[in-house]
Design a protein around this ligand. Structure first.
Ligand SMILES: [Zn+2]
Length: 169
């Protein structure tokens, strides 16, 4: 199996962990020298904090592990195209490359612009569409079931997310 597929599957595992907890399923891992060194998944509903994105956890844990705010030999794998906050975090951490799965459909990501902007004297490579179908399906399955539950009138903890159609990242 190609490495990027293998590591995106690892990110998907984390997304599904979030899914099991009723979170918008987005997962991320950081890879260093062919090994997963940290991971995270979206926990926005549980924590009720705006920064609880999968990538933030993965980056923070990798920094702690290496005892450094720089992660220059590290690649980030995330199941959904990163939001501007997470792109900013990845640039600040000097991540080498980002692989993402599903494309953010509403043009809110600015991924390419931020990756190439060199605002922090750092540019990073971005490759989208890795295991795109699987990554998209996990998300759209979540929103389908949210809508079904909302229609039934059941209390849906992340109903706001379904209404906004806003995935975590
Ligand atoms: Zn984000």
């Amino acid at each position: 199996m190609e490495d990027k597929i293998k590591f995106m599957k690892e990110a998907l595992k984390r997304a599904k962990k979030g899914l099991a907890q009723g979170e918008v399923p987005v997962g991320a891992v950081i890879v260093h020298e062919g090994k997963v060194v940290s991971s995270g998944y979206n926990r926005r509903t549980r924590t009720q904090t705006a920064i609880s994105h999968a990538e933030i956890y993965a980056i923070d844990r990798a920094c702690k592990k290496f005892g450094s705010w720089r992660l220059p030999e590290c690649d980030l794998y995330v199941t959904l195209e990163p939001c501007p906050m997470c792109m900013g975090a990845a640039l600040n951490a000097r991540v080498r490359k980002i692989y993402f799965g599903a494309y953010e459909q509403k043009g809110r990501s600015m991924t390419g612009e931020l990756a190439a902007s060199n605002l922090l004297n750092h540019t990073l490579e971005v490759e989208g569409g890795v295991l795109e179908e699987e990554c998209s399906e996990v998300l759209s399955g979540f929103f389908r079931s949210m809508r079904a539950r909302t229609k039934q009138g059941a209390a849906a903890p992340a109903a706001d997310a379904a209404n906004e159609g806003e995935p975590q990242s």
